[in-house]
Ligand binder design. Sequence first.
Ligand code: B1M
Length: 212
Amino acid sequence: MADLKALAQALNKADRETLNTVVGLTKAAMKDGVPAAEILEKGLIAGMSVVGERFKKNEVYVPEVLIAARAMNAAMEVLGPELVKAGVQPRGTVVLGTVKGDLHDIGKNLVGMMLKGAGLKVVDAGIDVPADKFIAAAKESGATLVAMSALLTTTMPQMAEVIKAIKASGIKVKTLIGGAPVTQAYADEVGADGYAPDAASAADAAKKLIGA
Ligand code: B1M
């Protein structure tokens, strides 16, 4: 019998068996005829949200989050085609990138994993992303949120440039910013719609901004 609670818990185990267990339990639930959307919501997303909460409380660290995210990605490879067949839509689309002049992507990738874990579609624009590339990606994907990461004090002002360019372009997207030197005060100063101090909070903020 499919056990979605065990699936959610397996994501929180963070050992070398996590990926195989999570994929195995996902396949077992599919074999038992559990709807793909239910496996996603009650198993994978539920498990990842616990990982996110524990990460925020410093009960687990980056390696555990990476293990959980890799396992979730592997399970999504299996579940993805079923979700498409069932017509399950992502909760929203986010364009994510590290701003122009900045090559740091470890935190940005972690944010991407948490966003995916929250059921959002992520369009990863990569690193060193100029304003026009963020805007083009948002237009092309129909994203309603542009999420930016910056790790350098020298590249933080790029966030203001992107926000200005988005406003000038007239596209209807919200903005979320974060990264080690970024603060809520800076977000307020540059007119960002949201700020998050860590990857798990970024997923919460993104869901709120998108209304997912
Ligand atoms: Co560089 N680097 N680096 N670096 N690097 C820092 C950031 C630095 C603090 C080191 C230091 O001096 N102590 C310093 C910045 C100083 C400053 O401006 N305040 C620095 C510097 C100066 C530089 C160079 C200029 C060095 C040089 O060449 N002279 C250069 C710049 C290159 C460039 O970008 N143009 C440079 C280069 C590099 C490497 C390429 C070698 C490498 C990056 C590899 C890569 O990312 N693929 C690197 C690394 C690894 C670091 C440190 C050591 C680690 C960063 C990291 O990945 N942390 C870093 C020092 C440190 O932090 N201890 C340092 C782990 C990651 C999980 O955390 O990215 O903060 P973080 O993400 C967190 C949160 O910030 C948040 O969530 C994540 C997890 O919860 N978050 C968001 C991130 N993005 C978010 C977006 C959100 C919300 C939350 O919403 C959208």
